[in-house]
Design a protein around this ligand. Structure first.
Ligand code: FE2
Length: 284
């Protein structure tokens, strides 16, 4: 299957449009999280922050970030204007491109943000992309999406095609959520965070590791693909992996499960699967 070329997907980061208040918001977010990263973030994330030379006191230019990032793993952060349909997003990962939101949250909404912004994407995600094992895992997710599109394209009945795709996509979205966005990893000194939703949240990073209200389970595919999640509050359930090799092997296993039809009937419920995401797979 050919890679989808969408010329209008990427935009130029309109750097001159950031206000002094926007840069100050970045600064405040970054300064607050630094000590929490020391305490709770996975060591690969911490070395990633170092290798990217992210500025503390202003919003980074993506081209500067990429100067440090792409020699390490080939990944590049690419500015997008808004929502990227799911298949297109995964296809970007497969090509080592990370669709990056360029807007920043308002200065009065430092803590709670259901949608991504440049702080979540650049400070939360991109430092992990400096790690070769993690980068390979993202590429493998992208390959999974291609396999999903190919598998459902062989289903003749249109209703059955959409039903199967909905289930496979829901399984992938859950697995991505519980790993790339909200994953925990064992380390020498206890649990550490590698999921970007946690790494970019001042309140939740500590809650994820320390709170007695969070259930923490070893990540198993047959558990996570059936588990629902909601995006508008702290996560009550998180999954633990042993290492980045372990994470990669689980994504490879997810791919085998998909090929064996074992993602075709996952439990209903969140996340809701929208028409645009489904269509992006059907048109792949
Ligand atoms: Fe994210």
């Amino acid at each position: 299957m050919e890679t989808i070329a969408i010329p209008e997907l990427y935009i130029r980061q309109p750097y001159e449009l950031y206000s002094a208040e926007d840069h100050e918001t970045w600064h405040r977010l970054y300064r607050r999280l630094l000590p929490r990263w020391d305490q709770f973030a996975n060591e690969r994330f911490q070395s990633g922050i170092g290798s990217l030379c992210l500025p503390q006191n202003r919003i980074p230019r993506l081209e500067d970030v990429n100067l440090f990032l792409s020699p390490l793993t080939g990944f590049r952060a690419r500015a997008v204007a808004g929502y990227v349909p799911a298949f297109v997003f995964f296809d970007c990962l497969r090509n080592r491109e990370f669709p990056t939101t360029v807007t920043i949250r308002g200065s009065k909404r430092l803590d709670y943000l259901p949608e991504p912004d440049i702080f979540h994407d650049i400070a939360g995600h991109v430092p992990m992309h400096t790690d070769p094992h993690f980068a390979e895992t993202l590429v493998r997710f992208g390959e999974c999406a291609h396999i999903a599109a190919a598998l459902v394209s062989e289903i003749r009945d249109p209703l059955e095609r959409v039903r199967t795709l909905t289930s496979i996509f829901r399984a992938m979205a859950r697995f991505f959520w519980f790993t790339i966005e909200f994953g925990l990893m064992r380390s020498r000194d206890g649990l550490r965070v590698y999921g970007s939703g946690l790494l970019s949240s001042f309140g939740e990073i500590e809650h994820a590791v320390c709170s007695p209200d969070v259930e923490r389970r070893p990540l198993q595919i047959d558990d996570a693909i059936h588990e629902t999640f909601e995006i508008d509050h702290y996560q009550p359930l998180l999954y633990i992996v042993d290492s980045f090799d372990h994470l990669y092997s689980l994504v490879a296993e997810l791919e085998r499960w998909m090929k064996a039809g074992k993602l075709n009937h996952v439990a209903p419920g969140e996340p809701q699967v929208n028409e645009v995401d489904l269509q992006s797979f059907l048109e792949a």
